[in-house]
Design a protein around this ligand. Structure first.
Ligand SMILES: NC(=O)c1ccc[n+]([C@@H]2O[C@H](COP(=O)([O-])OP(=O)(O)OC[C@H]3O[C@@H](n4cnc5c(N)ncnc54)[C@H](OP(=O)(O)O)[C@@H]3O)[C@@H](O)[C@H]2O)c1
Length: 319
């Protein structure tokens, strides 16, 4: 089968399209013919190993899994002898950041992992980008313990994580202020936020407004800059470690102190989360934003684009 393979950590050019053996499902796994995937910041992070810590999961010296691609949508081609939930021909989607493998024509995954059936009204291309940005967003929203009516500010609201966060926050009935650049103001209003701040014309930190939760979905702000905007027990979460990994240290200190604090949730995803997100998509409450798409053979270009840090929502890969 054709696959985008990387043998060493490094820049996008390390990824080559090769013919490799098709995986064989174990008795509790399904074999999926992948139709659509994405290139996202998780794939980029593991491929570049920019943060050394990622190697603790993916292999110290070289990658354990040679094919990336954590998001997938496709058709069940074969089932292991103990698989009960899925049958051949089912349309499925999900997330796998342990074994990856969706940047190829076939991948295997355990039926109890983060995988579910695709609703009839959703295409493969719409299903592929449901899980990556949204599960980071969901984990952060849960960690912030928001309540209905809370005022929340999302900085970097047009990224995969930010654009999922604002839609999930509206589902949880909070008041959402999104910070975006001028060209994305209309797009982000169409997603249904309550207020939009154009960061090219206005410094969002120069305000008297207070927020229960500030979510920096793109890791470009800091706790100290945002602290004056937080309510008495307000929570700040960033998707990045911050200068000198300060968000980790602040979050540890926050365990011992009262008042405004940084929380640094560790992202996880399970089948229940995938079903929760799927149901929102089916009801039209969550629609992952798709920026552009590439064919598998052009995956290096896709990585280069994702690593500009300027994608809007998600970048699809047609397998
Ligand atoms: N290491 C990992 O495994 C991992 C995994 C997932 C995510 N992350 C991190 O999480 C962050 C978000 O990921 P993502 O996929 O959601 O990002 P993304 O899709 O790449 O975010 C791009 C968006 O960020 C906004 N942006 C860029 N520079 C900005 C700035 N200076 N101020 C405000 N907004 C800015 C842009 O919006 P505008 O067009 O409005 O400027 C753009 O739409 C990234 O920093 C990423 O590294 C890391």
């Amino acid at each position: 089968m054709k696959a985008a393979v990387y043998e060493q950590y490094g820049p996008p050019e390390r990824v080559k399209i090769l013919d490799i053996n098709q995986p064989i499902p174990n008795k509790d796994e399904v074999l999926i013919k992948v139709i659509a995937s994405t290139v996202n910041r998780t794939d980029s992070g593991f491929r570049s190993a920019e943060y050394f810590i990622s190697r603790l999961f993916s292999g110290l010296l070289r990658p354990k899994h040679r094919v990336l691609g954590c998001e997938f949508a496709g058709i069940v081609e074969e089932t292991g002898s103990e698989v009960e939930e899925f049958k051949i021909g089912d349309r499925v989607f999900g997330f796998d950041d342990q074994n990856f493998g969706a940047h190829s024509e076939y991948k295997v995954i355990g039926e109890k992992k983060a995988i579910s059936k695709i609703p009839d009204n959703i295409s493969f291309k719409e299903a592929a980008p449901i899980t990556e940005g949204s599960h980071y967003a969901l984990e952060s929203i849960r960690a912030a313990k928001i309540k209905k009516g809370d005022r929340v500010l999302v900085y970097g609201a047009t990224g995969a994580i930010g654009s999922a966060a604002i839609q999930l926050l509206k589902h949880f009935k909070t008041h959402v202020t999104a910070v975006v650049n001028t060209q994305n103001v209309q797009l982000i209003k169409s997603v249904g936020v309550d207020e939009v701040i154009d960061y090219l014309n206005e410094d969002f930190t120069k305000t008297d407004r207070k927020y229960t939760f500030i979510f920096d979905a793109v890791g470009k702000s800091s706790f100290n800059a945002c602290k004056p905007l937080l309510t008495k027990n307000g929570i700040y979460i960033s998707t990045e470690l911050g200068k000198n990994s300060e968000n980790i240290w602040y979050s540890i200190m926050g365990l011992l102190t009262w008042g405004k604090k940084v929380v640094f949730p560790l992202p996880t995803i399970n089948k229940e989360d995938v079903i929760f997100l799927r149901d929102l998509v089916e009801k039209g409450e969550f629609k992952p934003i798709i920026d552009r798409e590439y064919n598998l053979v052009d995956i290096v270009e896709a990585y280069r684009y994702v690593e500009t840090g300027q994608k809007t929502g998600n970048v699809l890969i047609n397998i």
